[in-house]
Design a protein around this ligand. Structure first.
Ligand SMILES: [Zn+2]
Length: 242
């Protein structure tokens, strides 16, 4: 990314009134949360011959619940992670009434922690957990501080994180909201995601606006249609917006 590209990005932001930000793992790496699908990321690791996709699946959750939670605690929960410059800038843009919504594939809850209201969490959120029997709600700490299978204080049922597992459907009302925002956006910023995961990736096809901006470390196929491509770290680039 050079300064001319950054100036162009600033111009796009200044002229836009309905920005939607579509983000993936690369948005949270500066907060110390590893990038799921990158080469060094979480998905490159294998445990006992099981791929993370297998462990983080619906069937594994039901069949090997204890092993699921061992993995989940170790790899998906980051209690000390805090919003970075990208999250903070997006909050600022929402406050200025420029940003219409954030659609995220991340489950870390950092956009809400930064103060954003219109956040569409396609894959759920590690901070919301529910007893499968009585529906009681639990914070992330209930999972983090438990051993083995986390159980409900009231009824002894299994506490299940509100995170979409492989083999589970995306939350319908969240998808409808996300698609509505993308359809009405004048600028769509796609950041820190390779858009490799469906159906989330197909959401981009609903964009009818003027400017598609892609921010990513590596090439992604969607950038062939982009107005502007910014190569680099999402937090660093978003943090430079005035
Ligand atoms: Zn319960």
């Amino acid at each position: 990314m050079n300064s001319a590209e950054m100036d162009f990005f600033q111009e796009i932001i200044d002229r836009s009134r309905r920005i939607v930000f579509f983000g993936g793992a690369g948005v949270s790496t500066a907060s110390g949360i590893p990038d799921f699908r990158s080469a060094e990321g979480l998905y490159a690791e294998e445990e006992n011959g099981l791929s993370p996709e297998m462990i983080l699946s619906k069937s594994f959750f039901y069949l090997q619940t204890e092993k699921f939670f061992d993995y989940y605690r170790k790899h998906l929960l980051y209690p000390d992670a805090e919003p970075n410059a990208a999250h903070r800038k997006l909050f600022e843009l929402e406050q200025k009434d420029k940003l219409r919504g954030i659609v995220t594939q991340n489950v870390d809850g950092l956009h809400r922690a930064a103060g954003n209201i219109r956040v569409y969490e396609l894959h759920g959120n590690v901070h919301e957990n529910e007893c499968m029997d009585c529906g009681a709600s639990y914070p992330m700490e209930a999972i983090l501080d438990s051993e083995g299978i986390p159980r409900c204080r009231d009824c002894g049922g299994v506490i299940k994180p509100n995170v979409v597992l492989y083999g589970e459907a995306l939350p319908k009302y969240v998808c409808i909201g996300a698609i509505r925002e993308i359809t009405n956006a004048d600028t769509l910023i796609v950041a820190g995601t390779s858009l490799a995961v469906e159906p989330a990736a197909s959401f981009i096809g609903h964009f009818r606006g003027r400017n598609l901006v892609v921010i990513n470390r590596d090439y992604i196929p969607a950038e062939t249609q982009a107005t502007l491509v910014l190569r680099g770290d999402v937090a660093e680039i978003m943090g430079r917006i005035r």
